[in-house]
Design a protein around this ligand. Structure first.
Ligand code: GDP
Length: 143
C-alpha cells in the first residue's frame, strides 16, 4: 500500500466547539501522522479560491461565508492509504448519512457546518497541501 499525504481542515464549527484535540486524536489513533499543522483564518478570497470547484453551486456564498466565520486548523496527514483512510474517518458530507463512529456523525451540525474537510484524491491532495503549506514547512515537520 502506498504512503500518501492528504490535507485536513478542522472547520470553524469544530474549532469553536474546542474539538481540535479530539479530532487530531482520531487521526493519530488510526495510524495517520500529523506532519504539519497550523491554526489560521481564511479570507473570503482564499475560501472562494479553495472551493473554486463549487463556484456554480447554490450554496457557494453560504459555504465561503461559513468558512471565514472563525479560525480553522489545517493539517497535513501522512500514512498508508491516507486519503481514503481520512475520508473514512470523516464520514459522509451530510451527517444524517454518515456512518456511526465517524467525525461527522459525532460532531457535524448540518450538511454545511460539517466540522472537517479532507482531500478527495491524490491530485486534489497535492493542490490543497500546496494551497496552505510551503514545501520547507513539510520537510521541517516530518516525523
Ligand atoms: P466533502 O468532500 O464531503 O467536503 O463534500 P463536497 O466537496 O461535496 O462539498 C464541500 C463542502 O460544501 C461540504 O463539506 C459542505 O461544507 C458544503 N456542502 C456540500 N453540499 C452542500 C449542500 O447541499 N448545502 C450546503 N449548504 N453546503 C454543502
Amino acid at each position: 500500500m502506498a504512503i500518501e499525504t492528504t490535507l485536513s481542515i478542522i472547520k470553524p464549527d469544530g474549532v469553536k466547539r474546542n474539538l481540535i484535540g479530539e479530532i487530531l486524536k482520531r487521526f493519530e489513533g488510526a495510524g495517520l501522522r500529523v506532519v504539519a499543522t497550523k491554526k489560521t483564518a481564511l479570507t473570503l478570497q482564499e475560501a472562494e479560491g479553495f472551493y473554486n470547484v463549487h463556484r456554480e453551486r447554490p450554496f457557494f456564498a453560504s459555504l465561503t461565508q461559513y468558512m471565514t466565520s472563525g479560525p480553522v486548523v489545517v493539517s497535513v496527514l501522512e500514512g498508508e492509504n491516507a486519503i481514503l483512510k481520512h475520508r473514512e474517518l470523516m464520514g459522509a458530507t451530510n451527517p444524517a448519512q454518515a456512518a456511526e463512529g465517524t467525525i461527522r456523525k459525532d460532531f457535524a451540525l448540518n450538511i454545511e457546518e460539517n466540522t472537517v474537510h479532507g482531500s478527495d484524491g491524490s491530485e486534489t491532495a497535492k493542490d490543497e497541501i500546496g494551497f496552505f503549506f510551503a514545501g520547507a514547512e513539510l520537510i521541517r515537520s516530518r516525523g
